[in-house]
Design a protein around this ligand. Structure first.
Ligand code: TYM
Length: 334
């Protein structure tokens, strides 16, 4: 069976970008009988960006409820919390010892933090940058390689991390023998980078997100806030580069998209397009949103699923880690 694996960092409420880029393709893959899915809450990753314990806790609940509300079948999938699988941290160390520092210097998240410092005239380019942020791609590689994932459904912003995981896997294999499969990113055609309210990539750090299960009224309000140009009703509009259109496209069939392109050519008003988009998304998510609301009221049920998942994950990770320890020469001497 092909192993499909992905994680979401527990730093906030899941948004449409997370859904379209990672969760939706992951749920679709999990329905394939030839796939063994591993989906997890990346709570160790959360500590890199967020030092508010209550937020990390609440986000873990919301992200777990999201997966379940969207129909993840936990009798088939391995659904767990990263921090319940300590072998991930152990592998992270083995990988740290083969990962080159030069490779980490090139990681986008680290480079962006350095660029921010330089731009604000800071003379220490590393100011405020923790070792957690710097070695973030190693922890992520450990997540992926511990279960020898073949495919990793992610948004475009994570591709570099998958490439780095391949690099670390290849180096480890070269030194210690073939232990790891080289993973590949699984990218969506539309939605690998979903735009947010202001037209930039939808991201918690830009504060431009639309939460996936926002209540109806708030969802309408947020969609009304999406930035558009100043063309008047009746004037033909270009769908390319239009945030409303790109979000619509991530939720619609090709036939629906053709129809909306036609409406743009005819000069649909922005007000009407916002209404169309709202109804479309709202219809799409309403059944899952109801399940989500109910699940949030049953955290013990969610916890039970996570514990079962952790057990299944460890049934695999404990013996594999033992094999890896032996491969690097740190097993018992007799
Ligand atoms: P995170 O939590 O930032 O995002 C979770 C997933 O959502 C995708 N995503 C998007 N996709 C399309 N458009 C957007 N605007 C958008 N914003 C976010 C992300 O690409 C991601 O797939 N490091 C990862 C979590 C992680 C992980 C892993 C993923 C930890 N270990 C192992 C895969 C495998 C992260 O911070 O994603």
């Amino acid at each position: 069976k092909a192993i499909v694996l992905t994680g979401i960092t527990t730093t906030g409420t899941p948004h449409l970008g997370n859904y379209v880029g990672a969760i939706r393709p992951a749920i679709a893959a999990s329905k394939n009988a030839d796939v063994l899915p591993f989906y997890f809450l990346a709570d160790y990753h959360a500590l890199i960006k967020c030092q508010e314990p209550e937020r990390v806790r609440q986000s873990s609940l919301e992200i777990a409820a999201t997966w379940l509300a969207l129909g993840l079948d936990t009798s088939n999938a391995v659904f767990y919390r990263q921090s319940d699988v300590p072998e991930i941290l152990e592998l992270s160390w083995l990988l740290t010892c083969v990962a080159s520092k030069g490779l980490m210097n090139r990681a986008h998240a680290y480079k962006a933090a350095v660029a921010d410092n330089e731009q604000s005239g800071e003379h220490d380019p590393d100011k405020g940058i923790t070792m957690g942020l710097f070695s973030y791609p190693i922890l992520m590689a450990a997540d992926i390689l511990l279960f020898n994932a073949n495919k990793v459904p992610v948004g475009k912003d994570q591709i570099q991390h998958i490439e780095m995981a391949r690099d670390m896997a290849a180096r480890f294999n070269h030194i210690y023998g073939e232990h790891f499969i080289l993973p590949e990113a699984l990218l969506e055609e539309h939605g690998a980078t979903l735009s947010g309210l202001d037209g930039r990539k939808m991201s918690k750090s830009y504060n431009n997100t639309i939460p996936l299960f926002e209540p109806e009224k708030k969802l309408r309000k947020l969609i009304n806030k999406i930035k558009t140009n100043s063309l008047e009703p009746g004037e033909p509009k270009d769908p390319e580069g239009c945030t409303l259109f790109s979000i619509y496209q991530a939720f619609a069939t090709p036939h629906e998209v053709t129809h909306i392109r036609q409406r743009y050519a005819e000069g649909i008003s922005w007000g009407e397009m916002k209404q169309v988009l709202f109804e479309h998304i709202n219809n799409h998510i309403t059944p899952a949103r109801e399940r989500y609301e109910a699940l949030l009221q049953a955290p013990e049920h969610i916890e039970e699923q996570l514990q079962e998942g952790a057990q299944k994950a460890r049934d695999i990770s404990v013996p594999f880690m033992q094999k890896l320890r032996k491969a690097v020469g740190i097993s018992r001497i007799s």
